[in-house]
Ligand binder design. Structure first.
Ligand code: SF4
Length: 430
């Protein structure tokens, strides 16, 4: 049994936190999981995992319970004879891709997705993508990214995909004026709402990355201002900056406060008058506050422990504590990108314990000792914690559910109310 190690608390002056670093056993999904939401977003893309039967099973079982649309992903399975070096994997991959594109001519973007097995045998998917791009241009663009479980956590799949996409974007004309790019996959309904607000503020042109169609990739250049829609896009932000863009610093658009600060960062960069900003966002802010207020009674004073899983944890903690009145016991995050999270950390109470990285046994010990009302955690930890009487919320739901923006603030709060209500109902029925 591990001793319970107390995590560090954020300093009172909001200088970068020095969290407890956890370097133990991980308990997270791999980056392949991100294909489940990415393939729904980019509607003419196909994600071809180059992996093992395990990868195929993960995708089938994870996607099987979470999607209801015709999937646009598959697995090119590396067989034992491939691992034994008896087959030319590049030739086999070329054959698989040729068959796939002949059968599915509507595919405009083919994304080769690396896995643990493809990385272990050092299959160079970059080279494969270059070769296949030459073979299938101009009908199909071919690119690649790593979704392997050797990465930190499942949201890094999207980060790696967007970093790869950033390198494919066309350059803006030399004469191009300022433009705004929102980076991070958002549900279409949320994207449309934000587009309407930016239009009303007079901010534009506005593009979203990833775009809904790979044939409409937005241009990028020194005039591009990037607003990150997700906190886990460190690699993507670096790749966009390498193309000349400037990343705006802001909290993330969860809840009324986060959404206002996020929109406000764009408004400030585009010189929108404060009075105009206030007038345009006033109704949305009010609706968001009212929607969250309807759930506040169930969340106020509830003690919440956030296990490291999605990298959304600091933003969720900020929303739950500041807008819903919850008490945060500990915030764990697989990785803390201090620069992109500066806005979030400044809003968090200095007394909240932080941990970065994973050491699942120690974190479980601390959670059990604290006996929170709710644990936000990965799917693998939920059942054991529920069996011990602690209500849980899968953090992966936050990337599958529309939760960003004013109109979704109430739904975001409700996501955390449901497991508490279920547990209360179970207690009553016992
Ligand atoms: S990429 Fe690695 S962690 Fe993910 S399913 Fe395949 S083998 Fe497992």
């Amino acid at each position: 049994m591990n001793a319970i190690t107390p995590p560090r608390t954020a300093p009172a002056d909001h200088s970068p936190v020095a969290p407890l670093r956890q370097r133990g056993q991980h308990e997270v999904f791999c980056g392949l999981t991100s294909i489940i939401w990415l393939h729904r977003k980019v509607q003419d893309a196909f994600f071809l995992i180059v992996g093992s039967r395990t990868c195929a099973h993960l995708m089938q079982s994870a996607a099987g319970v979470m999607i209801f649309a015709e999937p646009r992903f598959g697995t090119a399975i590396i067989e034992e004879r491939d691992l034994a070096g008896m087959a030319d994997l590049h030739e086999e991959l070329d054959r698989v891709v040729a068959r796939l594109l002949a059968r599915r001519p509507e595919i405009r973007m083919l994304v080769l997705v690396g896995s643990c097995p493809s990385e272990v045998i050092k299959l160079d998917l970059g080279k494969a993508a270059e070769r296949l791009a030459r073979l299938h241009a101009p009908a199909t663009r071919v690119m690649h990214f790593s979704g392997s479980g050797i990465e930190t956590t499942f949201t890094q799949g999207e980060d790696n995909f967007l970093a790869s996409l950033a390198r494919e974007l066309p350059a803006t004309d030399a004469s191009a004026g300022p433009s705004l790019m929102v980076a991070g996959a958002l549900p279409d309904v949320v994207e449309d709402q934000f587009r309407r607000i930016f239009d009303a503020l007079g901010i534009g042109p506005v593009s979203f990355l990833p775009s809904r169609a790979s044939t409409g990739l937005p241009p990028i250049g020194p005039g591009t201002r990037v607003l990150l829609a997700q906190p886990y896009l460190g690699e993507a932000a670096r790749a966009l900056e390498a193309r000349g863009a400037t990343v705006l610093s802001a909290p993330f658009p969860l809840g009324e406060e986060g959404t206002t600060a996020w929109l406000g960062a764009a408004a400030a960069a585009f010189g929108v008058e404060p009075g105009r900003f206030d007038a345009i966002t006033k109704a949305g802010r009010r609706r968001a506050r009212e929607a969250v207020a309807r759930h506040r009674a169930e969340l106020e004073g509830r003690r919440v422990f956030l296990f490291p899983d999605s990298q959304l944890e600091p933003s969720i903690a900020r929303f739950l504590s500041r807008e819903a009145g919850a008490e945060i016991v500990e915030i764990g995050s697989p990785y803390l990108h201090r620069q992109h999270l500066a806005g979030e950390l400044a809003l968090l109470s200095p007394g909240i314990p932080f941990s970065e990285g994973q050491d699942v046994d120690r974190q479980l010990d601390r959670c059990r000792a604290a006996r929170p009302d709710l644990a936000v955690c990965g799917m693998g930890l939920a059942n054991p914690l529920e069996a011990e009487g602690i209500a849980t919320k899968w953090s992966i739901e936050l990337v599958f559910t529309p939760v960003q923006g004013y109109e979704q603030a109430g739904d975001l709060a409700e996501l955390f109310v449901r497991p508490l209500a279920r547990r209360a109902a179970l207690k009553l029925g016992a």
